[in-house]
Each structure stands twice: as C-alpha cells, then as structure tokens.
Design a protein around this ligand. Structure first.
Ligand code: NDP
Length: 297
C-alpha cells in the first residue's frame, strides 16, 4: 500500500490564506485589526527563531504583531505586570508567552495570569477545563492543527479508534480531548503502557507525540490507518550534519498506513497557522462577531 502523504505545508498555507481573508474583511467591515503579543524572556536561540517566525507570519496575514523581548534576569513580578497591561490593551487579542521561561519564573503562574480569552496557546487552566468539559475554549495550536488535518482527510471522525501516544499537557492530553469531542474512541498511551505495538495496532488514527526519534515503526500501524507524527527530533546524519525526523519511522509506517504526515512538512507548519487562527478567533469572540468557519475546534 502506498500511503497518502498529508501535506501540512500546503494545508498550513491554505489556513494562513483563510485567516488573511478574514482579517481583510474585519478591517474593511469593522475597522478592526487582530493583534498578537508575543513575550520572550531571555535569549534561548530556538525560542528566538520561533518568535521571529511568529512575528513574520502574523504580519503576513495582516495582523498587528507586538513583540516584547525581556532580559533573562527579568523579575517574575515585572513579567506579571506586563501581562496585566496586555490583558487590558484593546489592540491585543492574543497573548503568547514563549516557553520555556527561565528557572526563577513560575511558568504556571505566568500562564494563568493571561486573560483566558486572550490565551491563544490554550494553556490557561480555564481553557484546559473548558476543553475537558466540551465547552468553547481556546485550543492548543499543535493538536488543533492535527484535528484540522484529520477532519480534512476523513470527513467525520465519529466512531474511529484513536490512539494518542504521549500524555503531555501541550499535545497528548488536549489531542485526546479533541478526538473525544469528535466522537472517536480514544486511548492514551505513555511510557508505562504495556505492549505499545498491540495498543497502536488497534488504531484507525494513530497520533505520535513522544519525543523519541523514529520509535513508532511499521509493526505498530494497522493497515490503512492514518498516522499523525507530531514529533520533531534532530538527529545526527553523519559527516557533521543533522536532520529532522519524527517520532515515527517514516518508510516502515508509510508502507502500512493509508495516510501519514511527514517530518518535516507535516504537523510543524500547522502550529503557527493555528496560532494565527486562534488570534483571529479571539478577536472575533471579543467583539461578538461570528467565529471563522473551519478554523476552530
Ligand atoms: P513530552 O516530553 O512533554 O511528552 C512526551 C510523552 O511521551 C510523555 O507523555 C511520555 O510518557 C511519552 N513517552 C516517552 N517515551 C515513551 C515510550 N517509550 N513509550 C510510550 N510513551 C512514551 O513531549 P511533548 O508532548 O511536548 O512533545 C512530543 C513531541 O512532539 C516532541 O518530539 C516535540 O518536539 C514535538 N512537538 C512538536 C510540535 C510541533 O509544532 N510539531 C509542538 C510540540 C511538540 P510519560 O508521561 O509516561 O513520561
């Protein structure tokens, strides 16, 4: 069997185009521009790249981008004061604090200081609770991107068996909640799960969010299943070079799967696209406008 490659890069470009069209309409009809504030504390090189990419993407779809770069030694109180200001700033509809924060800052305290309506990462405890109880919430970007690709591929997910490998708060758990919300029968597996290959072979939809390069191999995959590989792992490619691989061993999984996301070019590009979608949604909700269709859970 040759698996269909789910092209996350092309899908994300489509989402960004949709967002840009909605932003243009908002500007024209309501004289309103969605704004995203990104806060970076310290100078972790990977975080700086992410923040730069987020800024460029935000501007590209016509939104306002507000960047706040603070030194690594910033006091927790000063960061909380900035968040309090952003919470009341009417030009800011989404607030994202780039993680990880320096060790002396309590990340949970900071995330929970963000106005839940502006919490475009969906990490605030109120949004976690709303998602868990099937209510309207801000949904974490990476699982939202996975859900969009799955809906696009399958149409209805109702009644399908889904296995999510990984139980982190940012990917595994919200992914499982979203799949449950779409009426899948959901299993969450983790490092203590027994006989992982057998659990995974029961899946019509297999989501790998483990952080272990190429751990999921073809013998974990039921013939015809859809495989969503969230993992991003940089491995040694010899000759002083590195390359990116997912949590799934692509060739052996693709030989079994009906459809699969590649790494790179699968889930990764969807994450920023969904951040933009969430900012648009937050702006629409804050002004009582109808939510952009197809861009929310
Ligand atoms: P975490 O490290 O927070 O969680 C990993 C999960 O995998 C844990 O629940 C852990 O189980 C489980 N796990 C680890 N080893 C095994 C094993 N041998 N068998 C079964 N389960 C195992 O990672 P994240 O959820 O943050 O990220 C997962 C992957 O997704 C990473 O590669 C990360 O880089 C990538 N990622 C990609 C994003 C994107 O934009 N595409 C965004 C976010 C993450 P336990 O809880 O028992 O320890």
């Amino acid at each position: 069997m040759t698996a269909k490659i789910i092209d996350g890069k092309a899908f994300a470009a489509r989402v960004r185009r949709d967002v840009a069209a909605h932003v243009a309409t908002m500007k024209e009809r309501h004289a309103m521009t969605p704004g995203l504030a990104v806060v970076l504390v310290g100078d972790d090189p990977a975080s700086r790249v992410y923040v730069k990419n987020k800024h460029a993407s935000t501007v590209e779809v016509g939104m306002n981008s507000f960047e706040h770069r603070l030194p690594a030694e910033t006091h927790e109180g000063d960061l909380l004061a900035l968040i309090a200001r952003l919470n009341t700033d009417p030009a800011v509809h989404g607030i994202l604090v780039q993680l990880p924060l320096p060790d002396h800052i309590d990340s949970a305290l900071v995330i929970n200081a963000i106005d839940p309506a502006k919490d475009v990462d969906g990490f605030h405890i109120s949004n976690v609770g709303l998602l868990g109880t099937g209510q309207k919430s801000m949904v974490p970007c990476t699982p939202l991107g996975c859900l969009m690709m799955l809906r696009d591929h399958h149409g209805s997910l109702s009644g399908l068996n889904a296995v999510v490998v990984g139980r982190s708060n940012i990917v595994g758990k919200p992914m499982a909640q979203l799949l449950l919300g779409d009426s899948c029968t959901v299993t969450i597996a983790h490092s203590r799960s027994k006989d992982l290959p057998t659990i995974c072979r029961g899946a019509d939809i297999l989501v790998a969010a483990v952080g272990r390069p190429e751990m999921i191999t073809g013998d974990f995959v039921k013939k015809g299943a859809t495989v969503i590989d969230v993992g991003i792992n940089r491995i040694d490619a010899g000759a002083g070079k590195t390359r990116l691989v997912g949590d799934c061993h692509f060739d052996s999984c693709a030989a079994q799967a009906g459809a699969i996301t590649p790494v790179p070019g699968g889930v990764g590009p969807m994450t920023i696209a969904c951040l933009l979608a969430n900012t648009l949604t937050a702006c629409a909700r804050s002004h009582g406008l109808s939510e952009p269709e197809g861009l929310t859970a």
